[in-house]
Ligand binder design. Structure first.
Ligand code: AP5
Ligand code: MG
Length: 211
């Protein structure tokens, strides 16, 4: 299965991607995670991406598209993948179609996760990430054992002003993807409200995978 997740920041794409990819036995490819790993490793790619990420802007397409093309060329992605956070605008979606076309493959489903602005703000303001394991928690909905542990950090783009801007960028640049995939007959939409497990059930049903 070749699958992309689309949805506003904080809708739970990363949370669901982890679970769904594991269930389907396909790699989870999260462009945000790849960028963050490069930022913390201080690589040239990370240095380029950081200023855009901190501002809540999209990293330029040429940087992002090349990075995704390289990742999709790896062996583990040959028979399927779950992309989380890519594509993020119609230009990226067209590039993805081209990459797949050249490999004689096609995308199966674009799964949209919907959530209100109020809910995503609640989710992002309480998000905390473990430095050592990368696990994502929420102070209220999925609390870590010790909320004051020095191992936990808050993402630098989860500050309220940046979250507001990320939501604007989503509405302007990413939401048009919904129409793009609807026109291709590939769009499935689910409500991302409710318990993580309920959302997973909805997602698996929408993509036609066994629960
Ligand atoms: P990216 O990392 O992709 O961030 P995002 O799209 O803004 O989404 P988030 O990761 O913030 O949210 P999520 O939907 O994954 O939610 P999560 O599961 O963590 O991108 C970051 C930046 O990188 C971009 O701004 C851009 O600069 C750059 N970038 C990345 N891809 C790019 C691209 N293709 N092109 C250009 N630039 C790109 O959940 C959020 C919180 O809610 C967590 O605390 C979680 O525990 C909690 N939660 C999850 N599900 C539930 C639930 N059902 N109930 C209650 N709480 C829940
Ligand atoms: Mg994420």
């Amino acid at each position: 299965m070749r699958l992309v997740l689309v949805g506003p920041p904080g809708a739970g794409k990363g949370t669901q991607a982890e679970i769904i990819a594991e269930r389907l036995g396909i790699p989870k490819i999260s462009t945000g995670d790849i960028f963050r790993a490069n930022v913390s490793g201080g690589t040239p790619l990370g240095l380029k991406a950081k200023e855009y990420m901190d501002a809540g802007e999209l990293v330029p397409d040429e940087v992002t598209n090349d990075m995704v093309a390289d990742r999709l060329a790896q062996d583990d992605a040959k028979d399927g993948f779950l992309l989380d956070g890519y594509p993020r605008n119609t230009e990226q979606a067209k590039v993805l179609d081209r990459i797949l076309d050249e490999a004689d493959a096609t995308l199966d489903v674009a799964l949209e996760l919907t959530a209100s602005d109020d809910e995503v703000v609640r989710r992002l303001s309480g998000r905390r990430v473990s430095k050592s394991t990368g696990k994502v928690y929420h102070l209220e909905f999925d609390p870590p054992a010790d909320p004051d542990s020095p191992d936990l950090y808050q993402r630098s783009d989860d500050k309220p002003e940046t979250v507001k801007h990320r939501l604007e960028v989503y509405a302007e640049q990413t939401a048009p993807l919904i129409g793009f995939y609807e026109a291709q007959g590939k769009l499935k939409r689910i409500d991302a409200l409710g318990e993580v497990a309920e959302v997973t059930e909805r997602a698996l049903a929408a993509i036609g995978a066994p629960a």
